[in-house]
Every structure is written in structure tokens, then in C-alpha cells.
Design a protein around this ligand. Structure first.
Ligand code: ADP
Ligand code: ZN
Ligand code: MG
Length: 481
């Protein structure tokens, strides 16, 4: 039998800060826009233009650090990371290398019902690079490349984990949980599709039980949670095959090819001294007052893990349901507001997870974009509970609320969907169904009790789902027993 290998994974996550302007100049931070319309002499790297640090970017980094249990470092500084590539017009990136703003930290995740703490190494502030568009497949094989510096100079935090993750699934769950925490803090949109959340994955294998780490590769270009998991699964297999054949892993940066489902070598890994890091002489150090840090801490909202625990312990939701409801702040707030008006947490959670999320997904919408309010959902649920409408009709009304934003009462009235609870009205339909289905009546009276369900169904069909099912049941039994 061969050696069992254990994956060792550490992530480097870039989060684009949702500040109004870039981190060192006054250019607006907006996704998209005409190429090179959000630029100035500083973010174009023109000689003589000087940086001015955006205070909100510092506040956001501290806010994220507090939410992730980091130690906030009272004195940090900016360093120049030199590299020559046209997405960086000054040929250096302003980053933090020697003294960064947040140290340590951790985030708890839950994998297959088990809780696990993933340690962070640090969080540092830096500026983003611009975007290149090559005429060919890469810069070296292109006739020309187009450079758009709109994104250049945007404020980022880079979150670096310790190599604590042990599977592709764990890495995906960690990134989802991290996304939720950052979303709750409000410092970023954290959208992988738009690039405001980006993740590089470092991965190595080692013989199970070993305390040493193997040589790692770094995977870039993962654009979704699913592709992070797929890319890591692929890379684990690739490395396993090499090691099993007695080969060695080359330390390198590899690119994930989503279409082909493989990673390919991009470049052998550079060392820190290749970057010639040195303190940026144009920027003063960041000195943080403890009072300011406490002010920021005081404004943190209830975070996903705490909220999840509350929903399980106090409201009786399952861990799974609580995990989904707290997966986004907007959904969790919608839930809280609805429960405050209609105090049946499990019913509300079900409606959100089954009806609401599937409509949102089908329409490719975020909950914030929906027209439905917690008030409207709670009054729909009240109407159902009071028997004014059936469960089936409630779903129809909900879909209509989703499409139009109208109040449920209005839709029920407009479409004449009120549940029929009038015995006289139902009696004649019951008669009709009985005489139209002699076989089922015979079955029922001959002891096949589930034939009643069929007859109830026929009455529901006749009334387009509006009959009160309890009452139909009672009327049928009275006639047949
Ligand atoms: P580098 O010097 O190559 O940048 P770092 O030590 O700064 O490496 O770590 C970068 C990331 O790689 C971190 O997230 C860390 O947890 C992870 N990492 C470090 N060593 C390994 C390893 N042997 N296998 C997997 N991940 C690792
Ligand atoms: Zn600028
Ligand atoms: Mg490093």
C-alpha cells in the first residue's frame, strides 16, 4: 500500500474596500465605467504626484480585523513592492510588508457538523493594479495589450490564512464564511463575479501524520466558490500523482483554467527579496489611537456565527437552516424583521429558503433588489394561518407579490383567491365530485381509506385550490361514512 497524503492549504484573499474614493487619491471607486475615466496623475504613476491616505480605508481594515478576531497593530506602515508589469504604471505597488495593520486572528467554520478554527496570519492594506486586455491569450503572445487603470489604486485588504485548511471542501466553506463576515461588516461588496473578492490558493501535500510541510503551488484565477473547490481538487490529484511516482513538486504559480478544468504553470514563484520591499518615503506611518479602535468595535453588527448560534438556540432552527439564513446579512435581517411581526421562526425560515430564494435565484436577483418587504411576507403568513387562504394559494400570492410588489391582501382580493370556507358553497361541489367518482367512493366505503385523499384532491381541483381542505375532508366523511 502506498503512502496516504494529506492536503495542506492556505488562502490569500483580496477584498476590495467599498470606500467612495481610491486609497491614495480622490478618484471614484466605481465598478466598470469607460476605460481610464477614473484616473488622475497619482494613480497613473506620473512623476511628482503624491499619495494621500484615505482614512476610511484604514477604518475598514480595522473593522474587518476586529470582525476576524485580529490584533489591531497600533503602528503600521506602507512599503513599496517593486515589480514591472504594465498593469502597474509606477512599477511598484504600495502595500504593507514589514508592519501590517492586523495581526493573527481566526475564523470558525463548520465542516460536516464539526467546528474548526482557521487561524489568520495577518491582514494588510494595499492598492489594486489596473486591468489589461490582451489581443492574444497572454502578454507575450499578443500583438498589443490594452490597459485600463480605473481599478488601479483602489483600496484592498489582503487576508492571509495560516496553512490550516485540510481539504478543498474546507477551503470553499472557509471562503464562504469569510465572505459572509466581511459582508456583515459592510466594508466590501465581496462579489467574486465582479472581482471585489478574489482568492489565491496555496496547496501542498504531505504524508498523513507528518508535521512538516511539502512544497506548495499557488493557484490563481479562481472566480467562484465552486471553482476554488474544483481547482484545489484538481491540484491535489495532480500533486498526488507526481509524488506517488516519486517525483518532486516544483514551487510555482499555476493558473486555473475554468473551461478545461485544469491548472497550468504560469511562472516559477518569486521570492520576497525579488520585490525589493522598502518603506514608502511618501507616506507617513499609520498610528492608531485605542479609543478610535474601540469606537469602530462598538459599531460592529452581530456577526454570522453569533447570529447562527442565536437562531439555533433561541429560535429552534436547525443548524443547516440557520447557516443558510445567516449566509448573507440582508437575508438574516429580512428573517429577523419578519419574525418580529410573525413569531413562527421555522415557518418564516422555510418560506425564505424555499419560496423566496428560489425566486431570487431564478431571476438572478439579490434579496435587496426584491420588492417584497418583511411586512408583506408576515401578513401573507398571517392570512394563511388564519385560514383565509390555503398553503397552495399562499405560494401563488407570493409569486405575484414577488413580481409586482403588491400587498398580499390586494392580490387575494383582486384575484378572488380567498379560501372557500362556506359549507353550503362547498357541499354542492362535494356532491358533484362524489357522483363523478363512483369507483373511489366504492373503494373508500370498502375500506381503502386513502381513496378519500383522491376525492379531496378532486374538490381542490374544482375550486382551483381555494377550498378549505379541512372542511372538504369533513364534508366528504359526513357524506360517505
Ligand atoms: P510565500 O513566502 O510563498 O508568499 P507565505 O509563507 O507568505 O508564502 O504563505 C503564503 C500562503 O501560503 C499563506 O496562506 C500560507 O498559509 C500558505 N502556505 C505556506 N506554506 C504552505 C505549504 N507548505 N502548503 C500550503 N500552503 C502553504
Ligand atoms: Zn487617482
Ligand atoms: Mg508571502
Amino acid at each position: 500500500m502506498g503512502v496516504e497524503f494529506e492536503p495542506v492549504i492556505g488562502l490569500e484573499i483580496h477584498v476590495e474596500l467599498k470606500t467612495k474614493t481610491k486609497i491614495f487619491c480622490g478618484c471614484p471607486m466605481e465598478f466598470g465605467g469607460e476605460p481610464n475615466s477614473h484616473v488622475c496623475p497619482f494613480c497613473l504613476g506620473l512623476p511628482g504626484a503624491l499619495p494621500v491616505l484615505n482614512k476610511q480605508a484604514v477604518e475598514y481594515a480595522v473593522r474587518a480585523g476586529l470582525a476576524l478576531n485580529c490584533e489591531i497593530v497600533p503602528y503600521s506602515r506602507f512599503d513599496r513592492k517593486s515589480y514591472f508589469y504594465p498593469d502597474l504604471p509606477s512599477a511598484y505597488q504600495i502595500s504593507q510588508f514589514y508592519f501590517y495593520i492586523c495581526k493573527g486572528g481566526h475564523l470558525e467554520i463548520e465542516v460536516n457538523g464539526e467546528k474548526k478554527k482557521i487561524r489568520l496570519n495577518r491582514i494588510h492594506l494595499e492598492e489594486d493594479a489596473g486591468k489589461l486586455l490582451h489581443s492574444g491569450s497572454s502578454i507575450t503572445t499578443s500583438q498589443y495589450s490594452l490597459a485600463d487603470y480605473n481599478r488601479g489604486g483602489s483600496g484592498l485588504i489582503e487576508i492571509v490564512t495560516e496553512p490550516d485548511l485540510r481539504s478543498a471542501e474546507e477551503a470553499r466553506i472557509f471562503l464562504e464564511q469569510l465572505r459572509a463576515v466581511i459582508e456583515y461588516t459592510g466594508v466590501s461588496d465581496v462579489k467574486m463575479e465582479e472581482g471585489s473578492l478574489r482568492c489565491d490558493a496555496n496547496i501542498s501535500l504531505r504524508p498523513a501524520g507528518s508535521s512538516q510541510f511539502g512544497t506548495k503551488t499557488e493557484i490563481k484565477n479562481v472566480n467562484s466558490f465552486k471553482s476554488l473547490e474544483r481547482a484545489l481538487e484538481y491540484e491535489i490529484e495532480r500533486q498526488r500523482e507526481i509524488l506517488e511516482d516519486g517525483g518532486v513538486i516544483i514551487q510555482e504559480t499555476r493558473g486555473w483554467d475554468e473551461g478545461k478544468g485544469i491548472t497550468t504553470s504560469m511562472r516559477t514563484k518569486e521570492e520576497a527579496n525579488d520585490y525589493r520591499y522598502f518603506p514608502d518615503p511618501d507616506l507617513p506611518p499609520i498610528v492608531l489611537e485605542p479609543e478610535w479602535i474601540e469606537e469602530i468595535r462598538a459599531t460592529l453588527p452581530e456577526l454570522p456565527n453569533a447570529k447562527k448560534e442565536r437562531l439555533v438556540k433561541e429560535l429552534g432552527l436547525s443548524t443547516y437552516d440557520a447557516g443558510i439564513i445567516t449566509g448573507s446579512r440582508a437575508l438574516a435581517e429580512f428573517f429577523d424583521e419578519t419574525v418580529a411581526l410573525f413569531n413562527e421562526p421555522k415557518t418564516v425560515a422555510n418560506w425564505l429558503m424555499v419560496e423566496f430564494l428560489s425566486l431570487l435565484n431564478a431571476n438572478n436577483m439579490e434579496i435587496q433588489e426584491s420588492k417584497i418587504t418583511p411586512q408583506q411576507l408576515s401578513s401573507l403568513l398571517k392570512s394563511q394561518k388564519e385560514g383565509k387562504i390555503s398553503g397552495k394559494i399562499a405560494k401563488t400570492v407570493f409569486a405575484e407579490m414577488f413580481a409586482t410588489g403588491k400587498d398580499p391582501e390586494e392580490i387575494i382580493k383582486e384575484k378572488g383567491l380567498v379560501q372557500i370556507s362556506d359549507e353550503k358553497a362547498l357541499a354542492s361541489i362535494v356532491e358533484k365530485v362524489i357522483s363523478a367518482n363512483p369507483k373511489s367512493v366504492e373503494d373508500y366505503q370498502g375500506g381503502k381509506k386513502n381513496a378519500l385523499g383522491f376525492l379531496v384532491g378532486q374538490v381542490m381541483k374544482e375550486t382551483k385550490g381555494q377550498a378549505n381542505p379541512g372542511l372538504v375532508n369533513k364534508l366528504l366523511r359526513e357524506k360517505l361514512d
